[in-house]
Design a protein around this ligand. Structure first.
Ligand code: PMV
Length: 334
């Protein structure tokens, strides 16, 4: 029996970094996915196969004993085994078409798909159980992250995420298809892997040294997005622009958000060059994710899409992403 689950990659349309400090971020799931397949074995081991390599450790091993990229899988396997005494061994295989380390949520999608696949050997987890398990699993590598990625990888579509007191909530009202974006979301990969942890620490230092300005920037980001709690965004916010299909206004807000990301110093010359190379055809362009490398997103109308390759620096990869309204998808194969 195989338990197979897949989850989508993500982009951050607005609010990365500021979301770590309590503001809302607007995220979208995109049509690149990771698939995790789990099977029982008789080997008394936990085996994990991925493009990053293969590990096989005794079933009693703790996640802390393995290299960091394998920790979430061993953590989830341990949890599942602890609640089901008859398991001899497990094999977990990860197949992904999400580029790693460039801000497209590869690790979060893996954690979400793995939670659903591994526990799915016994029962279908509810959405909230998948989220709980995948949050715990991702914390084994990234203890300080906001968790926003996990919500959109699990739910799909476009969602707004923010902290609410001690917990983290997402506004499912914003998953509605009425928030479709009727222009192309062109993702360009700088081909520079980044460390989200280092960028998040850098921003924390910026905040400590510039308390007042940072708080102003948080307010500006909130205003850019609008408030999904009041029925789909306050007037003039990005949510409102999406609802009214005003892609020109949406693009301007992306460019505005990029200014804030420049100010908190998560951009660099490579990213600025990529952004400026698309200036004449893009309605708005910004970093997506932690920055300091990784990817940018540009909002490009159909009529300009074929101009993208000639404008971009030759060593960069790009693709046009579609919003994936499916979050985590699970099935059993006998
Ligand atoms: O790992 P990335 O590049 O997708 O960035 C995550 C987004 C941050 O806001 C920078 C961190 C977070 O936890 O939300």
């Amino acid at each position: 029996m195989k338990s197979i689950a897949s989850a989508p990659a993500k982009i951050i349309l607005f609010g990365e970094h500021f979301v770590v400090h309590g503001t809302m971020a607007l995220l979208a799931a995109i049509d690149k996915r990771v698939t995790v397949t789990s099977t029982f074995t008789e080997n008394k081991t936990i085996k994990v196969n991925s493009e990053l390599g293969t590990i096989e450790v005794p079933i009693s091993s703790s996640h802390e004993e393995v290299e960091s990229e394998f920790r979430p899988f061993v953590y989830l396997a341990n949890k599942m085994i602890a609640s089901n005494q008859n398991v001899n061994g497990l094999e977990i295989t990860i197949n992904s078409d999400i580029p790693v380390g460039v801000g497209l949520g590869s690790s979060s999608a893996c954690c979400v798909a793995a939670a659903s696949s591994i526990f799915g050997l016994f029962k279908e987890l509810s959405d909230s159980e998948i989220l709980k398990m995948s949050i715990e699993a991702e914390k084994t590598i990234f203890p300080d992250l906001s968790g926003a990625d996990l919500y959109v990888c699990a739910a799909g579509g476009i969602i707004g995420c923010e902290e609410d007191g001690d917990s983290f909530v997402y506004h499912s009202s914003t998953t509605s298809v009425s928030y479709e974006i009727s222009a192309n979301l062109v993702i360009v990969n700088s081909m520079i892997q980044h460390s989200t942890k280092r960028s998040v620490e850098k921003v924390r230092r910026f905040k400590e040294n510039n308390e007042k300005r940072f708080s102003e920037l948080c307010d500006l980001v909130t205003k850019l997005i609008g408030d999904p709690k009041d029925g789909g965004g306050g007037p003039g916010g990005a949510l409102d622009n999406m609802k009214n299909n005003d892609i020109a206004a949406l693009g301007l807000k992306m460019t505005e958000n990029q200014k804030y990301l420049e100010e908190i110093q998560v951009s660099n010359d490579t990213l600025r060059d990529m952004i400026s190379s698309l200036k004449e055809i893009s309605l708005g362009t910004k970093i997506t994710g932690a920055g300091d490398g990784g990817c940018i997103i540009a909002l490009v109308e159909d009529k300009n899409l074929d101009k993208v390759p000639a404008l971009l620096p030759k060593d960069k990869e790009y693709f046009s992403a579609k919003i994936d309204t499916r979050g985590v998808v699970w099935k059993i194969e006998k």
